[in-house]
Write a protein that binds this ligand. Sequence first.
Ligand code: ARG
Length: 403
Amino acid sequence: MSPAEAAAGFAGRLASRPAGQPPSRTPAGVAELLASAEQFILQFYSEHQLRAPERRIRQVRHEIRASGTYRHTPDELAYGARVAWRNSSRCIGRLYWRSLRVRDRRDVIGADEIAAEGVKHLREAGNDGRIRPMITVFAPDAPWRPGPRILSSQLIRYAGYQTEGGAVTGDPANADVTALALDLGWPGGRPPGRFDVLPLLVQEAGGPVTMHQIPGDAVLEVAIEHPEFSWFAGLGLRWYAVPAISDMFLVVGGIRYPAVPFNGWYMCTEIGSRDLGDAGRYAQLPVIAAHMGLSLASDTNLWKDKAMTELNVAVLHSFSRAGITITDHHTESVRFLQHLAREERHGRACPADWSWIVPPAASSATPVFHRLYQDFDQTPNFYRHPAPAWQQPASDDLHEYVD
Ligand code: ARG
């Protein structure tokens, strides 16, 4: 099956029914939605210390019975998105959950408009380097038509071109989506480069996958250099400033929003230890260690540890010098424990996944390492979409653990 066929099959599965037909929720589906909606409205009222939620609950019930769905008020939507962040047990950066900016674009369902809004999101979130945590919320699923979906895993991703010999030029994490883009007619970089920004892949309700080029001036990027090693800049490494996840859906009060790109700012280890460091990604540790004059003959001189540390130093240094918000894993670990304490003071249990919270460098030198957490699922929350059909199940399994 070619990627295009796979994408068409995926589109087919999304296209549930033509627009204009009456809602099709089963009675059990309606009862479930009523219960989730009521629970969410009660939470909204109680956390805002508002009294008498009954009126709003009656209204929502009415709307659900008549149409099979209901529309959040802008305040409910903003609160739902912020609490979804607060409930994201894999995220170490949750201290600032209240500051999330919410762009309400629920009336947007067309692919071109979605791409244009994605570009605006990148500009507003990038904010010339003073990164703002931000989410753009597109149309929710309705009983009569699914909402739109963004197939790209982030708004900005670098291409990974499969070469004849099996090696990948660029980011191997994006090899499948790069193959799909090429198949759909994307020309690719000429010549293919290691850091070519992929077009955004969008799918409006039940429609085909479409590609949308992101204008270069909407992509804030940083060339990576080292404060002491002058050869480092010559490695030609770079990374983008705004990590905007776009392959997750948001669930608030029983309503599912399938396209909700959201971003925070980077922690240096995401780029240094993982994106540029992982053996299955840009695999730069041997390159850096060799330049440092370390022997790669055995593991016991800890060349990987040394190279990784210097790569993280370089990422922090380069972002700071460029005036782009970035944080380190020591600072963020302390902030996360502050967040936990604050949540406790508010009488809320805070879910956390140790294996994701603990940083991938200097783990035991951060305080988050030395304790355990409760992890549990509660909505509002973000969930990852099942992988599109062009992705192999094996790589999807892996995705769950490594992103
Ligand atoms: N780890 C992902 C990456 O390296 C980004 C995930 C979101 N990160 C964030 N700081 N909000 O691209």
